[in-house]
Ligand binder design. Sequence first.
Ligand code: DX5
Ligand code: ZN
Length: 234
Amino acid sequence: MIELAPSILSADCARLGEHAQAAVEGGATVLHVDIMDGHFVPNLTIGPPVVASLRKVTQVPLDCHLMIERPDEFIPAFAEAGVTWISVHQEACVHLDRTLRLITFHGCRSGVVINPATPVHTLDEVLPLVHHVLVMSVNPGFGGQAFIPSSLEKIKLLSQIRHSRGLNFRIEVDGGVHYDTVADIVRAGAEILVAGSAIFEHGSPRESACKLLRSARAAANESVQDLSSVGGGR
Ligand code: DX5
Ligand code: ZN
């Protein structure tokens, strides 16, 4: 199932609850929360207290994307604040297996993230452990950047690996997801679509979420029809 996960990075922080609720009314079923430490990425965002406030205003899963060094030290606080999913960067974790198990230990679904320059095969050993794999389709740190097209091949490869190994992780994509890129992204095999500027920077978040999700689901349905017309399917 295609799901939309608006990134609150691009929301108006003074109206965070209102913006988050509007995106959910527009069809978003997950909210993506970007955590940046000024070290792993050249930007700073929010910490557990803001996440705890957001938790009070919505029931949907909070998808916490940790762009921080030493994530093990902060996983307990984010779990306590009420996040549902926590993803960590492969590039930030020396002991990635341990960190993913720590996330599960604290009652959250674990995810692993790869930057545009990181090959999919660096995840071979941990794919059976994770709930989702997040493919960064921009270099992390800022909203509003252009989608990096080579990410599509990484999404396709993950989809093939999942099928050939009989695994269940979900495929999420983050960065540059807009009306002009979403169809290719969905056709490549991404299921959870993170979108910040497309949802919060122009017009009503409710209408933008509804429109982007409609485009994504239309592309997904076309793909299914294409496959059935050649006798394929999954
Ligand atoms: C970037 C963040 C993204 C960001 C995406 O480092 O991880 O979640 O909000 O923003 P857009 O959708 O504007 O590319
Ligand atoms: Zn993100």
